[in-house]
Design a binder for this molecule. Sequence first.
Ligand code: IMP
Ligand code: MG
Length: 209
Amino acid sequence: MTDDMAAAYGEMASDISEILVPAADIQRRVAEIGQAVSRDYAGRNPLLIGVLKGVLFFMADLLRAITIPVEVDFMAVSGYAPDARAPGVVRLVKDLEIPIGGRHVLFVEDVIDTGLTLNYLLRNLQARQPASLEVCVLFDKPEHRLIDLSLKYVGFQLPDRFIVGYGLDHREKYRNLPFVGLLKPEAFRRGAKDLADPNTGHGQDFGSL
Ligand code: IMP
Ligand code: MG
């Protein structure tokens, strides 16, 4: 993504202080992951599962990069405040439509930070006895991890910074940027709780994932 292309996003681009992962790098990496999944899951008709809405762009691009038969389904969850008594516990707003018992399931995530949300959802899915259950994440922020998770595919390891773009939002904005970047502190504070850290996003209440 050139500066010119970033500028095409005008109002949104002016809120970005730095592009961390340019659009071309994302596309190249997603294509590589798609090839790896196609190889590893050949003949197994995998079921890709994502959590709305952040994973929308990654899921669409990954599916197009997979060259074997594959199915897709989505869950929707609503997060509780991070300082709630049971961290990582989410409420299932929409469950899967496809039964996963006996299936080879690949859980696809846009970003993993503490890992608490993912851990909770994986336990929920594991209880339904899939034939296999693995994780594919595009943006991994391992520094703030509170739970040890095994990840089969990782797109990029990023520092513990709050990022937006390519599906990731701040108060529902910036999801449609084709690159991933950092928000200027003043843009972060707009509409956010004062307590949240503008660099890392810690302390933020992620209403919608
Ligand atoms: P967790 O801390 O791994 O449980 O992440 C919970 C959720 O917070 C993720 O699924 C995202 O929806 C959101 N999230 C975490 N880090 C970021 C970020 O840098 N930008 C936008 N959303 C984030
Ligand atoms: Mg998410």
